[in-house]
Ligand binder design. Structure first.
Ligand SMILES: [Ca+2]
Ligand SMILES: [Ca+2]
Length: 320
């Protein structure tokens, strides 16, 4: 026996519909609140980044002024509890100009740099030759362990050497031997620039670079940097005692006259090319602007302007 089939009561149906609508509305309200919150956060992050950008530009404006020195407190300014900029001023001459070293065939300096990276003397000589052959106009190898057009044609995939100087450090990284070396020496870029006058600024360069160029013992080059940094041992502070003469530098480095004479033309105590790294901080946001100016004292021009939104400065100190 089957009982009568009762149709759902109209009251029950209405209640069910109402419950569904309430559930739907609650879902919509929660979801809308979530989306609005997310939108608010995105908007706040965008405004924070814009503000950090403005603050980084303020740092650049201060740092490119010809009267400003690296230790000037104006380069670091707190605008409010959550807003500040920090600009670092150095010279492009704190690094080695790879193009100039190649064009002038400064093989001694190049080989010392590569030895400082841990290469054997033979490998260092080979790499210097590879870079010179990659950039010189002819197709003639200067050493049997170097490479030129014919050798590169046999590679798979085949590559073509530039036969001109580099336009960017990315191009340097495309030399097959450099790409291979980058695995063991990922920081090789920190040694080089393509923007400087070509001299090395002994008041701005790091110890490993100074040791490699002058042939000094690394500990002697560190001693020179310690003396430069003053009592607090921090660079770019008011107690810094920059080197006053190349003779003073030579004495600190303990390099004999015979070794010093060939490298002295490569050295300076005040590089003419300003290099600025300015960071804007606004709440959680950061913005980095890297600028290189040319033209020295007085009429300086912007030679390079790189913006890195949301980043922190790339570490400058080369490791050897
Ligand atoms: Ca060549
Ligand atoms: Ca200091």
């Amino acid at each position: 026996m089957t009982g009568p089939i009762h149709p759902a009561s109209p009251k029950g149906s209405v209640l069910l519909v109402v419950l569904c609508v309430v559930a739907l509305l609650s879902f919509l309200i929660v979801n809308t609140a979530f989306v609005t919150n997310q939108h608010g956060e995105t908007q706040a992050a965008r405004l924070g980044l814009m503000r950090a950008h403005e603050l980084a530009e303020m740092g650049v404006a201060v740092a490119v002024h010809p009267m400003i020195k690296a230790a000037d407190p104006l380069l670091r300014r707190k605008v409010s509890e959550i807003e500040r900029f920090e600009a670092r001023l150095t010279t492009a001459e704190s690094k080695l100009n790879l193009n100039k070293l190649l064009a002038e065939q400064q093989t001694l300096v190049l080989e010392r740099v590569f030895e400082a990276w841990g290469l054997s003397i033979a490998d260092a000589q080979g790499l210097a030759a590879i870079l010179i052959d990659w950039t010189d106009a002819d197709d003639v190898k200067r050493r049997p362990d170097s490479a030129e057009k014919l050798d590169y044609q046999q590679m798979r995939p085949a590559v073509v050497p530039l036969n001109r100087l580099f336009n960017s450090l990315d191009e340097v990284g495309q030399v097959p031997r450099m790409a291979e070396l980058a695995a063991t020496m990922p920081d090789w870029r920190k040694w080089f620039t393509l923007r400087s006058s070509g001299q090395l600024d002994l008041n701005a360069a790091e110890a490993p670079v100074i040791a490699a160029v002058t042939g000094a013992m690394p500990t002697q080059a560190e001693r020179l940097v310690e003396q430069r940094n003053g009592l607090d041992q921090i660079r770019d502070t008011e107690d810094d005692t920059p080197l006053q003469s190349l003779d003073e530098a030579r004495a600190l480095l303990g390099v004999g006259d015979g070794d010093w004479t060939p490298v002295q033309p490569l050295l300076t105590l005040q590089g003419p090319t300003r290099q600025v790294t300015s960071v804007g901080f606004a709440a959680e946001s950061t913005y980095v602007i890297e600028v290189v100016t040319s033209g020295g004292q007085g009429g300086s021009q912007i030679a390079e302007w790189v913006e890195l939104p949301g980043e922190l400065p790339r570490e400058e100190v080369p490791e050897s």
